[in-house]
Design a protein around this ligand. Structure first.
Ligand SMILES: *Cc1c(COP(=O)(O)O)cnc(C)c1O
Length: 363
């Protein structure tokens, strides 16, 4: 059975992106290395930065591999990482630090609140030994969009290194990486660029990346070594996901054709507004709502007095062409709907009709 994904990565991609994967490309071929170099170049452009101040590393694996690569490669043995977490992905950074034996301080915020830049500033002033600050931009757990601008100002003001997990926002929300002074920003192939899963990418402050030489705790996730090889001529250090790379190159072309990040961001925002409005008509309210609701994914409370389980609703919707997500916040019973990928107004309207009928049948 075919269905579209209303999950925030993997997401629904175009046929033309998928078609690129029908060819088995040679990895040491010059054409292939050129594709890798072009991808890296375009990613710098999307982040509003350029060489030599910034550079890009592509890393095999899912998004978490990218975050783990950064944290375990750039935070040295003598360094302390401040992690601001208001969801499962922020907490995953804690898990990464624990596994690698990295010293960290945790600033835990409620899932429906954005981490406060003021509070982070206080923590940095109180503890001058903190060298790095890490946080998530779009917390996919709830759908909240964290205020990385204010935090970046504070972190830069205090002269620390800033690491951002922009997995589910990069390409779908415009981020002035250079202007904000973000040192490492991570995203992956299967989110807003609308490629398929298989690698993550990290836009790095070149100077900070070079300073990380020899600090990595893992061989395969060594950010500096990966960069060193890739920087020569576009060759990946170990076997790369060739099919995924070809699909990603096509996805980048299609992002340009759509009108770049501004056009894509507008489509996602409109999808998201319509989604929240239509669900509201059914008595289904967002968990975040208001100014911090991000344009990527929305957590919804079930309608009042509902008498069905998530699997029941999931199956009903899936049979009619869409896959949604279970809730992930810990303090409320919820479900989630993503609106990124090849998703348009018509899809949101169809989803509304499906859920409307589902609720009527169960009344
Ligand atoms: C998707 C996502 C990740 C990475 O998850 P993977 O399952 O490893 O791809 C990390 N952070 C955020 C905020 C995400 O949305």
């Amino acid at each position: 059975m075919k269905y579209k994904l209303l999950t925030p990565g993997p997401l629904t991609t175009t046929e033309t992106v998928k078609e690129q994967m029908l060819f088995d490309h040679c990895t040491w071929d010059d054409d292939y290395k050129k594709i890798t170099l072009e991808i890296r170049d375009k990613l710098l452009g999307l982040a509003h930065v350029s060489e030599p101040e910034y550079t890009v590393v592509l890393m095999q694996g899912s998004g978490t591999f990218g975050v783990e690569s950064v944290i375990t490669s750039v935070v040295g043995d003598e360094d302390i990482l401040l992690i601001a977490a208001n969801g499962a992905y922020g907490e995953r950074m804690v898990d990464i630090a624990e596994h690698a034996g990295i010293s960290y301080v945790l600033y835990k915020e409620d899932y429906d609140k954005v981490p406060s830049a003021e509070k982070i500033g206080e923590m940095l002033r109180e503890n001058p030994k903190i060298t790095h600050v890490a946080m998530v931009h779009s917390e996919t757990t709830s759908g909240i969009l964290n205020d990385i601008e204010s935090v970046a100002n504070v972190v830069k003001g205090e002269g620390r290194t800033f690491i951002v997990d922009a997995m589910s926002s990069f390409g779908g929300v415009d981020i002035e990486v250079g202007k904000l002074g973000i040192d490492f920003i991570v995203s992956s192939a299967n989110k807003c660029i609308q490629g398929v899963p298989g690698f993550s990418f990290i836009i790095c402050n070149s100077q900070k990346l070079k300073e990380s030489k020899g600090k990595a705790r893992s061989l395969s996730l060594d950010l500096y070594d990966q960069w060193l090889t890739m920087q020569k001529d576009g060759k990946w250090r170990f076997t790369s996901p060739t099919h995924v790379v070809l699909a990603f190159a096509q996805a980048l072309k299609e992002l340009e054709q759509e009108g770049g990040i501004p056009a894509r961001a507008k489509r996602y925002e409109e999808n998201n507004k319509l989604l929240i409005e239509k669900m509201g008509e059914l008595g289904i309210r967002p968990y975040i709502g208001g100014e911090f609701q991000g344009p990527i994914i929305t957590t919804f409370y079930y309608p009042e007095h509902h008498a069905f389980s998530f699997p029941e609703m999931y199956e009903y919707i899936k049979e009619r062409g869409y896959a949604i997500y279970p809730g992930k916040v810990t303090d409320a019973d919820t479900f989630r709907v993503g609106n990124i990928g090849e998703i348009y107004k018509e899809d949101i309207e169809k989803l509304y009709e499906i859920i409307k009928t589902f609720l009527e049948e169960r009344r």
